[in-house]
Design a protein around this ligand. Structure first.
Ligand code: CTP
Length: 428
């Protein structure tokens, strides 16, 4: 449920949308938070912007109200009947302040509460992210250093400012981190992950399949599917960031090559099978994120099937089954490094015989993998989207829902489960 600007000040409780408070304090970098706000409102989150009075000198109230679709207040006295200085903080799933000036950091560290933003920081019990922006001298001043240490010791995420050109002629640490970098930390926290990825996959060999296979009918036509490869590539880049050696077996993906990984391009289900089986013999983790064709034409026409040669219609295309690559990886795990974790994906729709999760649990048991990442694809959701919501089923019967997040955040949630599965195997 959205609250149009100027309407009731605080969204009624009971809505299942995630609520974010975006605090903005008085620095020139406030304009960059317009982009951060846009990123935070993706996935249907409700974002309430709480600027300080000084922040409104840089970006006006109307801009924040129009971009957020929510009313904008700076003082505890506005709409006092709704007690916003308590409610906003209490009900938020995340509070992020960008830019956080030296003054805001000092107030937060000392528990001052002289406006709506600082009051909200005192009442918030959710994760809090502060993205500082100030001149280098202010950032390096012992007072700010002590305030940042105090805040971090309380579990508040204070991002390191970026280095570079500051307002005026000076350069150095003090620039607001890029909105994408701030949003990525927020996304992780909203998905229940730690703020930063760790190198917990260091030294592991990981194989990720991505994209969708194509089964040729003739030299120009094929049977394919709508998989874009976004989720597979996000798995590859996040695994590499966490220290893994990554091989991506990529089927017909039209995305920029992910950095820091070995890319093996394939096209058909048969090519996919050969490449995945070859690399999985030495892999500690295999993730089958690709959409592999279940059937292929028995005959592939050597020449393009012409309209005029096929009167009145071409012969029906006779199909045969392809191999189930995931099942073959499971079968071959005896020859793989011990403790190999195998992850499957399941694109499911509910029907008269069961819910999405019932079908997925049956598939997990049938396929014999350790984890199954379940996408509800009713109505064509998921494909070609930057965001995804999944449930991660484990062999031990647990089901972890991951709320609508970027595919990188979903990927990190999957790697967290992989790490947990390896720990369980090693300690068992
Ligand atoms: N998969 C595979 N080889 C195939 C088909 C699927 O390795 N020939 C893998 C996919 O990469 C995915 C998992 O199996 O990780 C589940 O794919 P899905 O299409 O949901 O399941 P199917 O076994 O094909 O069953 P169905 O289509 O009947 O639901």
């Amino acid at each position: 449920m959205s609250t149009p600007a100027g309407d009731t000040a605080v969204e009624p409780s009971g809505s299942d949308r995630q609520r974010v408070v975006l605090g903005v304090s008085g620095g020139i970098a406030a304009y960059k938070s317009c982009e951060l706000l846009r990123r935070l409102t993706e996935s249907g989150r409700s974002v309430t912007v709480v600027p300080t009075e000084a922040a409104l000198e840089f970006v006006g109230r109307v801009t924040w109200a129009a971009l957020s679709g929510n009313p904008v207040r700076t003082r505890v006295w506005d709409d006092a009947h709704q007690v916003p200085h308590v409610r906003l903080g209490q009900e938020a799933d995340l509070v992020v302040v960008a830019p956080a000036t030296a003054d805001l950091l000092a107030k937060a560290a000392h528990g001052l509460a002289d406006d709506l933003l600082t009051s909200t920081l005192l009442t918030a019990r959710c994760p809090v992210v502060l993205a500082p922006a100030m001149h280098t001298e202010m950032w390096e001043h012992p007072a700010t250093v002590a305030n940042v240490a105090t805040l971090r010791a309380r579990g508040i995420v204070v991002l390191d400012p970026a280095s570079g050109r500051l307002t005026g002629a000076d350069t150095g640490p003090g620039r607001l981190p890029e909105p994408d970098a701030i949003a990525a930390v927020c996304e992780r926290l909203l998905a229940g992950l730690s703020a930063y990825p760790t190198a917990d996959l260091a030294g592991l060999n990981v194989v990720v399949s991505a994209g969708g296979t194509r089964e040729p009918i003739d030299p120009v036509r094929f049977i394919g599917n709508r998989s874009s490869g976004l989720q597979g590539y996000a798995l590859a880049t996040t695994a590499a960031a966490r220290g893994a050696h990554v091989v991506v077996v990529s089927a017909n993906v039209a995305l920029p090559e992910p950095a820091g990984v070995t890319l093996v391009r394939v096209s058909t289900a048969a090519d996919m099978k050969d490449a995945v089986l070859k690399h999985s013999t030495t892999a500690d983790v295999v993730v089958m994120a690709a959409a592999v064709a279940d059937f292929r034409p028995v005959q592939v026409a050597r020449d393009k099937i012409k309209k005029d040669d096929t009167s009145p219609l071409p012969e029906p295309i006779v199909l045969e089954r392809t191999d189930d690559v995931l099942a073959l990886v499971v079968e071959a795990r005896g020859a793989a490094p011990s403790g190999q974790v195998i992850v499957g994906f399941a694109a499911e729709t509910g029907d008269a015989t069961g819910t999405v999760l019932e079908h997925a649990s049956a598939k997990l048991a049938r396929k014999g993998c350790d984890l199954l990442v379940v996408n509800d694809v009713s109505g064509g959701r998921v494909f070609e989207q930057s965001h995804n919501a999944v449930t991660i089923l484990s062999r031990d019967g647990s089901a972890l829902p991951v709320v609508e997040s970027t595919k990188e955040t979903v990927a990190d949630a999957i790697w967290d489960r992989v790490v947990a599965a390896r720990e369980a195997t090693n300690s068992g």
